[in-house]
Design a protein. Structure first.
Ligand code: SDX
Length: 428
């Protein structure tokens, strides 16, 4: 086995090099402090791996993304969202019997407890749907206690996973109905995942939801593209919370809260708000590019840049092409897509972005497709959460399948006051 050697002062410490199935290499520092008294410091974990995983592979330099080894391009084109959810959680695409059983679990767990509907009365119509989603998901551990066990058991896990994946969709649709003062719409047992969500969102006693296969496929594609992304901020949060043996609902709730941030899942809402501002104020593309480069300006080119991708985010490439195709097919017009493409074109010719390898990420075009579907802007991050849920669950399960389960507890370097003592008021 390859080794790395750390020499410091009179110390020499050998550390094993581990290699992943795609040739990635890491220095295993798990014995470093015990052997040398030293720890590592890596603010933002830019160089630090938290785990080994078999779920998702990303090659940021080559713009590659695969779920359980299958390229995202193939899954986005050919798979259903429930197939991708099963693939991520259980490791392989389901056969016919497995797919039927999984779909049955999703159907049987699509309604939320009637008493949970009363929670919505406590939310103002203006409540951000991510706040509602996090609250309601955590509350599921109160109502679905038969699935919720302290120790991890396979049969309860299957029910909890299906319960979350199915009910998150219902909660999201109900939060939208609450915000527009319409009665919520119960899920139907004969509709597929994305269709059922759109039915619950847009059906009403006076305006029936009219299914549109293009719209339903666009939503499934968006959910598939968001389904997992290895150890991003929110999924790492799910692992960290889950490592304390907190139940799956509480762990997912924490992940939803982390996803909300505008630097992360909240960026899709910020992208549209940015494009709307440019459109409303007729801002010039070049002035926006200059502002994005100006450290003193508050303007940031949301939807651009990525911690891992130093090439075009493959999801953004798929979404951009999807927008062009479906807009042309349905003769759909949206000034924001033209602005987005002009921004991208200008940024990718500008040394500031080129030198820093800043490319469009998944959030740059996703909001434009959500707008076409009719999703309100403040629900874009909720849509990200619905898509990402299977990945969060898969990563939580993988952590629980790993023996021994180690609670996550990073170290620090203390930079504060050295020893001093309590001073009475008159001496302060
Ligand atoms: C997601 O991790 C994942 O996998 C996340 C995600 C997933 O699927 O889970 O892919 C989803 O969160 C996508 C990212 C969505 N966020 C945004 O679009 C917000 C805008 N992007 C940036 O805030 C930033 O690019 C991050 C947060 C995405 C990445 O931050 P890093 O890796 O910490 O990089 P950085 O902030 O240190 O930037 C490096 C340089 C800096 O300039 P210098 O100090 O070198 O002069 O690039 C600049 C930054 O100022 N920069 C930008 C920029 N992004 C980075 N400058 C202008 N506009 C931007 N968008």
């Amino acid at each position: 086995m390859d080794k790395a050697v750390l020499t410091y002062d009179t110390l020499t410490h050998e550390m094993p090099i581990i290699e992943g199935s795609e040739g990635e290499k890491a220095v295993d520092i798990s014995k470093l402090r015990q052997a040398t008294g030293l720890i590592t410091l890596d603010v933002g974990y830019q160089n630090t791996g938290s785990c080994t995983s078999t779920i998702t592979f990303i090659d940021g330099d080559r713009g590659i993304l695969r779920y359980r080894g299958i390229p995202i391009e193939e899954l986005a084109e050919k798979a259903s969202f429930s197939e991708v959810a099963y693939l991520l959680i259980y490791g392989n695409l389901p056969n016919r019997e497995e797919q039927q059983a999984f779909s049955q679990r999703l159907t049987q767990n699509s309604m939320i407890h009637e008493e949970m509907l009363r929670f919505f009365d406590g939310f103002p119509p203006t409540a951000h749907p991510m706040a509602i989603l996090a609250t309601m998901v955590n509350s599921m551990s109160v109502y679905y206690t038969d699935y919720y066990t302290e120790d991890f058991q396979a049969d309860t896990f299957d029910l909890m996973a299906a319960s979350l994946i199915s009910r998150i969709r219902t909660i999201a649709a109900y939060s939208y109905k609450h915000s527009i003062g319409q009665p919520h719409v119960y899920p139907k047992r004969d509709l597929k995942y994305a269709s059922n969500f759109l039915y619950m969102m847009f059906d009403s006693p006076v305006n029936p939801y009219i299914p549109d296969p293009d719209i339903e496929r666009a939503l499934s594609t968006l959910l598939i593209l968001h389904a997992d992304h290895e150890q991003n901020c929110s999924t790492s949060t799910v692992r960290l919370v889950g490592s304390s043996m907190a139940n799956l609902y509480a762990s997912i709730c924490a992940g939803i809260c982390a996803l909300w941030g505008p630097l992360h899942g909240g960026a899709n809402q910020k992208v549209i708000e940015m494009l709307e501002e440019i459109n409303r104020n007729k801002l010039s593309i070049q002035s926006c590019i200059e502002s994005a480069k100006d450290k003193t300006s508050k303007f940031r080119l949301f939807g651009f840049g990525h911690r891992v991708y130093k090439n075009y985010d493959p999801r953004a490439k798929i979404l951009k092409k999807y927008c062009e195709t479906i807009f042309r097919k349905n003769n759909y017009q949206d000034p924001l897509i033209n602005i987005a493409m002009e921004l991208e074109d200008a940024a990718l010719k500008d040394d500031f972005f080129v030198d820093r390898k800043l490319y469009p990420n998944v959030d740059f075009y996703s909001g434009i497709l959500y707008r076409m579907i009719g999703i309100p802007t403040n629900m874009f991050t909720v849509m990200f959460a619905i898509g990402r849920l299977p990945g969060m669950i898969a990563q939580w399960k993988e952590m629980h399948d790993t023996d021994p389960l180690k609670i996550g507890r990073p170290r620090q370097i203390y930079m504060g006051n050295t020893l001093r003592h309590y001073a009475p008021m008159e001496e302060r």
